[in-house]
Structure formats: structure tokens, C-alpha cells
Design a protein around this ligand. Structure first.
Ligand SMILES: [Zn+2]
Length: 213
């Protein structure tokens, strides 16, 4: 089974993808992690990716596909792939169909974690990190035990510099603009499973399992 998981930042997409991949023994294709990994390497592809990331730009479609190709293997398709962070737009969705066709594979389901703009914003503004050990918290979804101090170190937690309201709003708006057509596309193909993302983690996980069958 090949599954795509979609959802804005703050929707809990990463958490749900990890749970689902483990439960269903799928290969978890974490696009962001793969791109970051390649960007740290001194290869032509790695340096191209690093360039875009340094400029704060999204990595273009062709380069993303190039980066993911080595993971789109017969072995992984046999296991089933959970696509996380890809496709991000219609062009990538079409490229994926072509890659899948090489292995006679299809996309079986598309999970869309639905969460309001306001709730995404509220959760993203609640992100905190420990400046000593780097542990991450969320004052809304994953709060520390006491106030705003690290459970392990007892020091005051801090917010990331790029986590200001204006920057977050811009990222969320860009996400919406690019993915709304993608969501319609999969809805028309009858592949879309809309999941209410404004519930506890385990409730959402069970809901996903029931819906994918
Ligand atoms: Zn700490």
C-alpha cells in the first residue's frame, strides 16, 4: 500500500506519519529529512539543494524528484511507501504517477490532516526549545511539566527566531496556496481521506487506521 500524508505545519503530520509507518510497516519517505541530509553532502545535488535552502527557497520539483529517486526502489514499493512532504504540488503529483508506473504501483490513499489556520498558528507560536539540550516542546500539544522550563535541564525554554507571527503566517499562506489544488486533485480521484487533526494524537491515529482499512 502506498500512502501520501498531507497537512499544514502544526497539524501533527510528522507524529502521525511515524505512528502509521511503524504500525503498517511502511517505508517512511521523509522528504524534509532526505533533503537536509543531502544538503550536508559535498555532491553536485547536495550543493544545489543547500543553495536553495540558504536562500530560504523551496527546492524545485525536478531537484526534489532527483533527490527522492534513490528511495523509489522496487524493494520499498514492495513494502509500501508512506510519502511525507511529497508531493507538494500538482507538478510533483504528476511526476510521482510516472515514477510509480515504472513499478506498476499506484497511490492507494491520501490522508489529509485537517486543521484550521488559527489552530496551526496557535500551535506554531507555542513551539519552544531548550537552549541547553535542544529538546523541543509545544506549550499547546507537548508542554513541559513545569511552566516554561526544560524537564531535563530546568532552564527557561526559548522560541526560535523565525517563529514570529508574521513569518509563520506567510509560511501557512504559501502552504495553502500550493496544496489546496493538490487536495482537490486527490478528492476528485476519490483517494482523499479527510481527518480532523484537532484531536488527541492517539484518537487521530486510530481514526487513520480505521479509514485506511
Ligand atoms: Zn534541556
Amino acid at each position: 500500500m502506498n500512502i501520501i500524508i498531507l497537512g499544514p505545519q502544526g497539524s501533527g503530520k510528522g507524529t502521525q506519519a511515524n505512528l502509521l509507518a511503524q504500525k503498517k510497516e511502511l517505508f517512511h519517505l521523509e522528504t524534509g529529512k532526505i533533503l537536509r541530509g543531502l544538503a550536508g553532502q559535498k555532491t553536485i545535488l547536495g550543493e544545489k539543494i543547500a543553495d536553495f535552502q540558504r536562500q530560504g527557497k523551496l527546492v524545485p520539483n525536478e531537484i526534489t524528484i532527483e533527490a527522492l529517486k534513490s528511495f523509489l526502489t522496487e524493494e520499498n514499493f514492495k513494502k509500501g511507501i508512506l510519502f511525507d512532504g511529497f508531493p507538494r504540488n500538482l507538478v510533483q503529483a504528476e511526476l510521482l504517477i510516472k515514477e510509480l508506473a515504472k513499478y506498476h504501483g499506484v497511490i492507494d490513499k491520501v490522508i489529509f490532516l485537517k486543521i484550521s489556520f488559527e489552530e496551526s498558528l496557535r500551535r506554531l507560536l507555542a513551539r519552544r526549545n531548550c537552549p541547553v539540550c535542544g529538546r523541543s516542546y509545544n506549550l499547546v500539544t507537548l508542554p513541559p511539566k513545569n511552566g516554561e522550563v526544560c524537564d531535563d535541564c530546568g532552564v527557561q525554554l526559548i522560541a526560535r527566531k523565525d517563529e514570529n507571527e508574521e513569518a509563520i503566517k506567510q509560511r501557512l499562506a504559501a502552504y495553502q496556496k500550493e496544496t489546496v489544488p493538490l487536495i482537490d486533485y486527490y478528492r476528485q480521484k476519490n483517494l482523499l481521506l479527510e481527518i480532523n487533526g484537532e484531536r488527541p494524537i492517539d484518537v487521530i491515529h486510530q481514526d487513520i487506521l480505521e479509514k485506511i482499512g
